[in-house]
Design a protein around this ligand. Structure first.
Ligand code: NAD
Length: 321
């Protein structure tokens, strides 16, 4: 089998390649040709860590496997390591033999940013010019960098509960030669596209903060109990997701569905839009909302691409198992 070390990933996979892999796998899921397996996520009772697996099989792309990992909250302070840790394992769908083990930390950031970018590409207004960020942590920088490539944005505005983190996203804006402005939540109504990417357990973005015609990509809520957006905002929007089962159980839609504000069958898989089975945005005044919960197939798709590139460039390590 092949090993692709974490240190090699940055030199292998581009944002464009991650976008294409994620767009293809969303399309395969909506066509019933790729399935995510039930997610396992457990508190292990050690180091306050959450550990689990996200796996699946993409019949069209041929990727079978899982991402194992989770969240170790003490890593950075105690050991100088990042808190989110993950590794992707790929298997041969014909034989069950292991094919590759791939460092999954940077891949997670790239595939998550690719998901919101796919939603912006397919659902935001073509004339979107202002992008608003809610969140300014590790993922936010990847999200913004990828999103800026989807429309001709002219300005970035941002809010974060911890304002001292805002320079993280300001730097991304400035690197792209765009002005950045730190704003109050109420000023986000200036944005045509809003990305939320925080670890919040309560609504931050409310109905009054969002103008008609906005596209919102909700990317932070990936666990039961987390929430970034007022449930009423989902009821006022056309809601899309990567996978409906995750959206209504661990994604942003969990609260709107539980309170009865949104019917679970109103949530649309974005792959249907990619496949041309759903029209997506239908008017310039409509609010579209993408609930990006993060599915294992995204990891497998991007990891499979990385393995091919690593073998081609001679940086994959071959081991017997
Ligand atoms: P991070 O620790 O680097 O940044 C956390 C961000 O959340 C910061 O902006 C911080 O100010 C903000 N924040 C923290 N606590 C908050 C609170 N109580 N209320 C409001 N804001 C708060 O984390 P990160 O790596 O950038 O990850 C951000 C979120 O994205 C996490 O919740 C993570 O689980 C989630 N995530 C989702 C996916 C997906 O596929 N959807 C993938 C990876 C990470």
């Amino acid at each position: 089998m092949w090993i692709v070390p974490e240190r090699e990933i940055a030199g292998l996979v581009s944002r464009e390649a991650a976008f294409d892999a994620v767009e293809q796998v969303f399309a395969a899921m909506a066509a019933g040709r790729a399935n995510n397996f039930p997610v396992v996520r457990e508190a292990i009772g050690h180091e306050n860590a959450l550990y689990g697996f996200k796996g699946g099989f993409d019949q069209l792309g041929g990727a079978l496997g899982l991402k194992a990992g989770g969240y170790w909250p003490n890593n950075l302070e105690k050991r100088g390591l990042i808190n989110h840790q993950s590794t992707v394992f790929l298997f041969d769908p014909d034989t069950g033999r292991p094919v590759a083990m791939v460092g999954g930390n940077l891949l997670t950031a790239l595939r998550t940013a690719a998901a919101s970018s796919v939603s912006i590409q397919h659902l935001s207004r073509p004339d979107a010019r202002v992008i608003g960020m809610v969140g300014a942590g590790h993922q936010a920088t990847f999200q913004l960098r990828a999103a800026l490539e989807q429309r001709s944005f002219e300005k970035v505005i941002g809010w974060n509960r911890h304002p001292e983190m805002l320079p993280n996203i300001q730097k991304v804006a400035e690197d792209a030669d765009l002005p950045f402005e730190a704003v109050e939540l109420g000023d986000l109504s200036e944005a045509d596209v809003i990305i939320t990417i925080t670890s919040s357990f309560g609504p931050i973005l409310m109905v009054d903060h969002v103008a008609p015609g906005t596209h919102i990509a909700c990317m932070g809520t990936d666990t039961k109990g987390k929430q970034e957006v007022e449930a009423r905002l989902l009821a006022n929007s056309l809601v899309f997701t990567d996978e409906v089962a995750q959206s209504i159980s661990i994604g942003e839609a969990q609260h709107a569905v539980a309170s009865g504000a949104l019917a679970s069958d109103a949530v649309i898989e974005i792959g249907r839009v990619i496949n041309g089975d759903h029209p997506g945005r239908q008017s310039a005044d409509e609010i579209t909302l993408f609930d990006g919960t993060g599915v294992g197939l995204q990891d497998l798709a991007v990891a499979a691409k990385v393995v091919d590139l690593a073998i081609e460039k001679g940086v994959a390590i071959k081991v017997d198992i």
